[in-house]
Design a protein around this ligand. Structure first.
Ligand SMILES: Nc1nc2nc(S)n(CCO)c2c(=O)[nH]1
Length: 160
């Protein structure tokens, strides 16, 4: 079994329901077990700002699937929940990003782990910090010091 952290986000429709449906579909997979959820945060759009606020959270799962098999499942769940990739950075019903896959470092055309943008995304680091105990693989910095470095400003991150 491998301990995996997934970043979930939604900024279309019933955002909280999409997050819950994604969690339920992950947990109902025979080879995936959801073991912990962070709180849900309402966050200002990062990057492409002309879009609705997101609800973001991080979910910890255990799985026997390898990282690419897990990616297939997360992309299937996104499609089942109506994820359309019209505007690359635009609004979406659900987004499931693989942030960490055990202590593995993976670089492939389909998948880079640890997630390449997580270090500059407060909407990922805060919920990850809530449930992750340890350090990011191959990084001298722990999640805790990454949060310190980002000087986490609570007003940017609202508890849902
Ligand atoms: N706050 C916030 N901003 C974002 N910008 C993009 S793109 N995304 C999608 C990330 O994969 C988000 C997000 O999930 N939350």
């Amino acid at each position: 079994m491998t301990r995996v952290f997934l970043g979930l986000g939604s900024n279309m429709g019933d955002r909280e329901d999409y997050l819950q449906q994604a969690i339920d579909r992950l947990d109902s997979h025979p080879h995936i077990r959801v073991i912990n959820n962070s709180p849900i945060y309402e966050t200002e759009p990062f990057g492409y700002r002309d879009q609705p606020y997101f609800l973001n959270m991080v979910v910890e799962v255990e799985t026997e699937l390898n990282a690419h098999e897990l990616l297939q499942i997360t992309q299937t769940i996104e499609k089942e929940l109506g994820r359309k990739r019209e505007i690359h950075w635009g609004p979406r019903t659900i987004d499931i990003d693989i942030l960490l896959y055990g202590n593995e470092i993976i670089v492939s055309p389909e998948l880079t782990i640890p997630h390449p943008y997580m270090r500059e995304r407060l909407f990922v680091l805060k919920p990850l910090y809530d449930i992750y105990k340890g350090s990011i693989p191959s990084e001298p910095n722990s999640i805790e010091s990454l949060i310190d470095q980002l000087s986490l400003s609570c007003e940017e991150v609202k508890i849902w």
